[in-house]
Design a protein around this ligand. Sequence first.
Ligand code: GLN
Length: 455
Amino acid sequence: TEACLSAIDGSGALNAFVHNTPEMARDMAKAADARLQAGNAAPMTGIPVGVKDLFCVRGVPSQSASRILDGFLPQYESTVTQNLWDQGAVMLGKLNQDEFGMGSSTENSAYGATVNPWKLDDGVARTSGGSSGGSAAAVAADLCLGATATDTGGSIRQPAAFTGTVGLRPTYGRVSRWGVIAYASSLDQAGPITKTVRDAAIMLGTMASCDAKDSTSADRPVPDYEAALTGDIRGKRIGIPREYRIEGLSDEIDALWGQTAQMLKDAGAEIVDISLPHAKYALPAYYVIAPAEASSNLARYDGVRYGRRAKLGAGDGVVEMYEKTRAEGFGKEVQRRVMVGTYVLSAGFYDAYYNRARKVRALIKRDFDQAYASGIDAILAPTTPSSAFALGSADASNPVEMYLNDVFTVTLNLAGLPGISVPVALDRQGLPLGMQLIGRPWDEGGLLNLAQAVE
Ligand code: GLN
């Protein structure tokens, strides 16, 4: 804990941690020591972790990187963080992210962007991905041993790929969403970012639970994920979806994909060509459904219930209060999503956009169901179409350019499936690249075991 706290003190240039809690950390570390001495330590006891800003931690600023939550101190604890503290994990502080999870570069943050700790010497400040860019950068830079994150459309896996870390998004319902500041409720799921697959297994086992406070959390026992790491993957069938071989995929990533498949084959798995015919519609469907749910979730920030209220003029009434508060509290990308979401849900366009996207979502889910019914155990694909890009390189006038980053990640969110990004190589520039394994529902154990074979 002390080593992490001093590393965090020296890490200001990365802008990964946005609120530090050193006193809390030291108290929790002392309690963990006592627990170790008493002989009742759990696997996470004494392990210092960072927490993505959008997890409510009692008494600690929890703003989802938004100005609209300035001054908000939660009165309650998210179930995920409570589970970690119950097991003796140590809270180091809150980590940067895109505002409300909306983004792929952590540039949409009220705290400013996080810098990728890789290749700091060549004068190019690169993104650590998003939205969980702070979590990924903190783990990669050894500021903490693991971090909590959330993945609505790739926000655990893409930052993990960009920083050479392991990012696991569990099956929808595996982890409670209670106390996690909502983005798109039918897609949001929390998971760990860690240095190794084994760490991910241990941390997921602590984060996951069935929770009466989240009706979508699953009433299933949490298996021993570490015990699932048998190292034996013989006979496993791995699907390679041909639709993921998109136009413009770099030779380097294509070659890496083949090499990773070969590694699995060498370890005794069987590689099978599969088709997910509707995967090509995932990105547009996601960018209708996620903003629709976000526009509804974000209606609660009205200047009354949480955080910030704009200064009002003499003649201002309640409508002016809403307008001014939301105009100054929400960043540009969040405003764009609220407008898109409100539009696709409006009476005149509901059928044309939102309902159609829901139908596409059902077809995407069916593609996966059919692949798994045919005996496939997991699917292998790249996590991202490129390695980490330079901060500021995206064209601000063309938000779709940023959305295209999510082309490989959003599909499984629409189907509620688990996925893991594992660092497999460095590219020609010396930056990490990740490959993604997509699993059967509830088979995080099998997925982690396969991931370890390519780690
Ligand atoms: N980049 C995607 C978005 O902006 C995914 C974000 C996420 O998973 N939270 O919606």
